[in-house]
Design a protein around this ligand. Sequence first.
Ligand code: PRX
Length: 678
Amino acid sequence: MSDDSKIVSTSEAQIAVHWKEEELINPSEEFIAQANLTDKSIYERFSLANFPDYYTEFADLLTWYKKWDEVLDTSDAPCFKWFKGGKLNASYNCIDRHLAKNKNKTAIHFVAEPEDERVSHITYQELYTRVNEFAALLKNTAKLKRGDRVTIHMPMSAELPITMLACARIGVIHSVVFGGFSSSACADRVVDSNSRVLITMDSYYRAGKLLNHKEVDDEACALAEKGGQKVDTMLVWQRYPGKMSSPSPLVEGRDIIVNQELKKYYGALVEPEQMLAEEPLFLMYTSGTTGKPKGAQHGTGGYLAYVTAMSKYIQDIHPEDVYWCMADIGWITGHSFIVYGPLALCASSVIYEGVPTYPDAGRSWRIAQELDVNIFHTAPTAIRALRKVGPDEPQKYRYKFKHMTTVGEPIEPEVWRWYYNVVGRGEAAIVDTYWQTETGGFLCSTVPGIQPMKPGSAGPGVPGIHPIVFDETGEVLEPGCGKAGNICIQNPWPGMMQTVWGDRNRFVESYFGMYNKDRNSKKWQDWPYMTGDAAVVASDGYVRVLGRIDDVINVSGHRLGTKEIESAALTVPEVAEAAVVPVAHEIKGKEPELYVSLKPGIEATPELQKKVADAITFQIGKIAKCKNVWIVPDMPKTRSGKLMRRVLGAISNKGDVGNVMTLANPEIVEEIRKMVQG
Ligand code: PRX
C-alpha cells in the first residue's frame, strides 16, 4: 500500500465494473506433468479452519538450527511473529546447505551490459567463498554486528546479492535502495534506518552510458549528515575502475575500496549467526503519497519460508532450471524472486545489467537464448515496452520458456495475449502474481499446475491466503457480484511485513485502520490486512485487480477502473501504451482523459484518435468516454519503468508536475504539457 492517508471511501466502487469475462486457457499437459504442485487438495489443507498450522509445510522447506516452539504468536497483534523460537540463517539456507550435492552448480549468471564482456557464472561454491569473505570484511573492517542496519545503494551486479547474503550471514539488517534512486532518496533511507555504513559501487552501465554511481552516494552522505545520521564508513565495490574518465575521489577516513580490502580476508570463513525466526532480515522502503517513505520490515523465518514456497509452487522452480527475473534487486521483486526464493531452492538465477531494449529490441531474447533460460519473470511495463519496440523480435531467437510470470500492475488482456502467444510461443504457462512490497510474496495467482489462466486476472488467493473484498461500510462483496471494493486478506501469513521500521502506529493505521474494530485485540481474526487496492472477484474466485483505490475514477457517480479504459484503448492494434487520468469536471465530478503512445512507424492522425475513442465506447460504453485522447510520442516513466500517471494527471489538471528530474525521460513532460495546455 503506498498511501498512508488512504483510508479512502470505496463507495465510489459500488457499481458494476464493465469488463468482459475472458476465456480460461489451460497450461499444457507437458507443463503439468513436471509441475511441483498438482495436488488440488492443497486448498482444503490450507483452509481457514486449519490456519495457521498449514504454514509449517512452507517452513519445512528450510533447514533450521532449532525448530519453532509456536507457529504463530499473536500476542502483539497485528505485529505477528511466525515460527517463534525457531532458529535459522538465510545465507546458510541459500548457500551452505546446497554445497554437499551442488557446489559446482551455477548460482548466479551475471550478464554485463557491454555485450563483448562474457557472462560470468558463479557457482554455489564460489558464492560461498565470496559471501564468507565479504561477511568477514563487514564484521572486522566495518565493525558491524547482529541487529545493525546497513544501507546498500548498488546497481545490478553479482556483488549486490553477495553483499545482501553476507549481511544475512552475520545478522545485519540490510536496506537496499534501488540503484537508480537519487542521493536524497538514499539519504532519507540512511537516516530513517540509522545506517552508519553505506555500501555502494563505483559505476555501472545503463543504455550505453557508463554512470558514476559513487558521486551520487557522496552527496547522499552529505545529505544524511544534515538529516542527523553520519555515515562513518562507505564501502565501495569497484566494478569498472579503469573505465571512468573522472572517478570520484575517495574520502579519507570514510571510504574503503572493497576489492582491495577483501585481500585481507581471502579464504576467511564466518560462522552463520543463528537468528531467531522473528529477527528482521531486511527493510525495504516503499513510498507513500504522503509523508516519508516507510521501511517495511521483513522477518527472517517467516519471510524466507514464504518466498521459498512461492518460488517452488507458483513459479514452479526446480533446481535444474535457469530462471530469469528481469526486475531490479532494489525492489521487493528482486529480493524475493531473484535472490532469496530461487537461491533457497538451489536454482540458477540470472542477473543482468542495463535495460531490456538496449542496444536493441532483441537483447532480452538473446540473453534467454544464450543462457537457455526456461523460466522468465517480468512486469507488464516491460512487456508493453518490448511489444512496442520489437513485436516480432522473439521469433528470431531460439529459446524455450516453460513458465512466465507477470507482476506489478494489472496486465491488459491484449498485452497478456502477446506475452502468451509471441514471447511464450503459446506453450509457456503464465502466472499473474498480485502482491506488494509489504506482503513479501504473492497474495493472488493461479497455481500453474492446478488452475487455468485468465488473461487480465491474477487468480484466486494462493494456497493459504484468504482474500475478502469489503465495501467502505465493511460489508462483504461476494464473488460474482460484479462490484469492486477494497481487497483485504483475512488471515496473516508468514511473508507479511512485521511492522513499519520504528513506527508501529503507522503500521497499524496504514494497513488495518479501516476494518479493525478493537485496537487491543489479540485475535488474528480481528486484523484483516488492507491492501489498498480495488478489485473485483469473479464467481470462480479469480481476482481482478483494478488498481489502487485512488486510481478509480468517479464519472457522474459511476465508478470506472482506469485499467478498463486503458485495456480498451490497447485493443486498437496501433496503440502501444495507454494511461488514463481523472480530470476535474464541473458537472460530472471527474472525467477520464486518455494518453496513448503508438507502435513504431505509426503516424498520429485525427482518424486514429477517433478510432481509439470509439474503441472505448464500444468496449465499455458511453460512460467511459474520454475528454480527450492525446497521442503522445512517449509516456513519462520512472527509471524502473513505471508509467507516471501522476505527472499526466497534473498536466491534464493544469497542476504542478513536481520534480520530474528523477524520471527516465524528463524532457517528455514539457513536450506533453505544451501539447495539452498549448
Ligand atoms: O496496486 C497493486 C500493484 O502494485 C502494488 C504494489 O506495488 P509494489 O509494492 O511496488 O510491489 C510491486 C511488486 C509486487 C499493488 O498494491 N500490483 C502488483 N502486482 C499486481 C498489481 N496489480 C495488478 N496485478 C498484479 N499482478
